[in-house]
Design a protein around this ligand. Structure first.
Ligand code: SF4
Length: 401
């Protein structure tokens, strides 16, 4: 049996507890009070929201506005009107997002970007246009072709249009290229420090529980990028000072949670059940692209090239070479993981359609896996705890050394 450490953060110093408390407050802030405060302190500067998974936040930042990640209701929003807007057999995130909007909790947003993920998000962007005609709304397409002369040119044009729109929305007159290069540099730094955090988690997962790393990444949805970079640094420094016991947990990769986010308690449940999550695809947009974007030359071309060359493998992105399983097996080896947890939001086509492919490849590579579905408003975790606990125990008992 694994020790129950559900109360507080065991082994946390006051410094670490303070960082986590701040992140928990931001996570639970579905009314976006932090964003209202940011705006009030800056004379009413504008704010643009975006849905998961990926939008080039650099463009919003460079236009002088705050990019705000809208990651659903996190189980804290009672869906009253949202259900009337969607059929019953789709995922939860569009319902909670429209509920947030219809109840005025997203009024602080001057615009909203809907990245090209699936038909559900596309439909949601149409609803936004109908329901909020005074707001800027854009369905943001990404390339399905990875040739620089084809998909690259298309994507640079998309970026050019979006950036021009955003600059019009904010009314900025600053130099477009120079401000964008500065913004790219800020996001590069942010992604690098997130990379350091995730490397530390993979190396010493007892020091960086995924419950905490997730909260730290989530805070980037509402904080200005430089403030988030400082927060991640503060967390890393505090985590390195902490003294936490190393447990005989199973190292697992969590995948499939790229859009609708699992409840934070589900992540904690996996850890309490004996899993060290050494890699995951939650909050994936925070780490996309996976390498620095060039700060030289044409910044729009640099962003387009970054997307073409350094997008992470995910079901929500067109994969030109078609093989979705091998990157996962490679990741398992790189992270020295002992198993894979295939989690997927209920009714999520992108995540669920690729699961059989992933399962076959994992079987062929003799990597143990387990699979379950979740919803962001899931309230009962006992079944998942038992399933994950059995999975972790079976890895420890029967896996080949
Ligand atoms: S959870 Fe899946 S189906 Fe739902 S909006 Fe996201 S990608 Fe689309």
């Amino acid at each position: 049996m694994h020790e129950d450490s559900s109360s507080g953060s065991p082994g946390a110093t006051p410094r670490l507890s303070a960082v986590i408390a701040r992140c928990e407050a931001l996570y639970h802030d579905v009314d976006l009070r932090t964003v209202h405060d940011w705006r009030a302190a800056r004379g009413g500067r504008k704010v643009v929201g975006y849905m998961p998974i990926y939008v080039p936040r650099e463009l919003i930042d460079a236009a002088g506005m705050l990019p705000v990640g809208i990651m659903g209701g996190r189980g804290q929003v009672e869906i009253i009107r949202g259900d009337a807007w969607f059929q019953s057999y789709i995922c939860q995130i569009p319902r909670s997002t429209i509920e947030l909007a219809l109840t005025g909790r997203l009024d602080v947003l001057d615009g909203m970007l809907f990245p090209s993920i699936c038909d559900v998000i596309r439909n949601l962007s149409g609803m936004w246009k109908v329901k909020f005609p005074g707001k800027y709304v854009r369905y943001f397409d990404v390339p399905q072709n990875y040739e620089p002369e084809v998909g690259g040119r298309f994507y640079r044009e998309e970026l050019r249009h979006l950036y021009a729109d955003l600059r019009r929305l904010s009314g900025t007159t600053e130099d477009a290229d120079e401000t964008l290069r500065r913004s790219i540099a800020r996001y590069n730094e942010n992604r690098r420090v997130i990379g350091e955090l995730l490397e530390l988690r993979a190396k010493e997962p007892w020091r960086v529980p995924t419950y905490e790393s997730y909260l730290v990444l989530f805070a980037g949805n509402v904080l200005p990028v430089e403030e988030h970079t400082a927060l991640v640094r503060e967390y890393i420094a505090a985590a390195l000072e902490s003294d936490r016991p190393r447990r005989d947990n199973a190292r697992v990769v969590l995948t499939g949670a790229f859009c609708e986010q699992p409840p934070i308690e589900l992540i904690r449940t996996l850890e309490l059940a004996g899993c060290y999550v050494v890699s995951d695809d939650t909050a994936l947009g925070r780490r996309w692209p996976t390498e620095d974007v060039s700060t030289e030359g044409d910044p729009l071309l640099a962003l387009a090239t970054g997307f073409l060359r350094h997008s992470p493998p995910t079901a929500a992105r067109y994969e030109p070479h078609g093989d979705r399983g091998e990157p996962l097996v490679t990741l398992v080896k790189k992270q020295r993981a002992e198993g894979v947890v295939l989690a997927a939001p209920s009714f999520c086509d992108p995540a669920l359609l690729e699961q059989p492919i992933l399962q076959d490849t994992l079987d062929a590579a003799r990597v143990p896996w387990t699979a379950f579905k979740y919803a962001e408003n899931l309230g009962q975790f006992q079944v998942i705890r038992e399933q994950a606990g059995t999975f972790a125990d079976s890895i420890k008992l029967w896996s080949e050394p």
